[in-house]
Design a protein around this ligand. Structure first.
Ligand code: ATR
Length: 277
């Protein structure tokens, strides 16, 4: 039997996942004898699948929708980020054979921001996050860890924003969805985590002109790569950061755990994944 390490992405459905394109690129690039495949696993089968990962021939996995919260419950040990975010997206078996879990979405978001807009932290007293789903949770964790003192959180369904604000505490302040434009003039960073602007969805309606001239605007949507929000921000001369970089960077820690090489996010990797969009 081959001893080449194998990892997978577990989802339901999983067909749309770009993770095989990312990890497949790195395996070939670093000349590693390993594999990364898709596993479609239904929610009722997920806990059993995860707890017998090695029997299925895997050293680890990415976990995607709808399993990220269930993965937190299923791992034997979850790191600080996973516990704060309430979800696991990366699992691996440690040297004792215990199943460990992490959430690398906050790491991916922050690393992408740091590499695409290196000055973004300068004078970043206020950031605004749009949306209150799983991605918003990860991004709030990242921004709080980075020490951003004030984060305005706004969401169409205000109760979901209030829950997040309660979970994350002081730096997070809820702004009613209807009032978001009037809070923009103080924001050095604007983050869209809603699905608005995604292909097939309506664009996000927000007054980009109200942002300060040094604002950085980022979207976690990456289909299209340049959302209407990013296009408008760019046309206004603002710094923009697209969502694909977050996806690429969040994959780094998992690859290193499973295959023993810390991979690089390069323009060539990006071009490879863009070709699959
Ligand atoms: P994810 O886990 O990727 O964050 P999600 O949990 O489905 O995804 O969250 C999607 C986000 O997009 C939510 O904040 C959602 O707002 P609601 O909480 O009010 O549902 C937001 N969203 C989706 N469609 C929207 C729309 N037409 N207008 C405003 N917000 C929208």
């Amino acid at each position: 039997m081959s001893t080449a390490p194998r990892a997978c992405v577990i989802g339901w459905p999983v067909e749309h996942s770009r993770s095989p394109a990312i990890h497949g690129y790195w395996l070939a690039h670093y000349g590693i004898d390993g594999a990364y495949v898709k596993e479609a696993v239904a929610p009722e089968d997920f806990p059993a699948f995860l707890s017998s990962l090695s029997k299925h021939g895997y050293v680890g996995a990415n976990v995607t929708l709808p399993h990220k919260e269930a993965a937190l419950r299923a791992v034997q040990e979850a790191d600080t980020a996973a516990r704060a975010i309430g979800a696991v997206n990366t699992v691996w078996l440690d040297e004792r054979g215990a199943l460990r879990g992490s959430n690398t979405d906050a790491y991916g978001f922050m690393t992408n921001l740091d590499s695409s807009a290196p000055d973004w932290r300068e004078g970043c007293d206020v950031a605004m996050v749009l949306g209150a789903g799983g991605a918003a949770r990860a991004i709030l964790h990242g921004l709080i860890e980075a020490g951003i003192p004030r984060i305005l959180l706004t969401n169409r369904t205000v109760a979901k924003a209030e829950t997040l604000a309660r979970d994350f505490g002081d730096p997070v302040e809820v702004v009613p969805w209807e009032d978001k434009d009037s809070a923009l003039s103080a924001c050095r960073l604007l983050v869209n985590t809603t699905s608005l602007g995604m292909a097939g969805q309506p664009p996000l309606d927000i007054m980009v002109t109200a942002l300060p001239a040094n604002a950085v605007v980022t979207d976690i949507v990456y289909v299209p790569l340049e959302t209407p929000l990013l296009a408008e921000a760019r046309a206004r001369g603002l710094t923009t950061v697209d969502g694909l970089g977050m996806l690429l960077h969040q994959a780094v820690p998992g690859f290193e755990r499973w295959f023993g090489v810390r991979p690089e996010v390069t323009p060539d990797l990006r071009a490879h994944v863009v070709a699959t969009l």
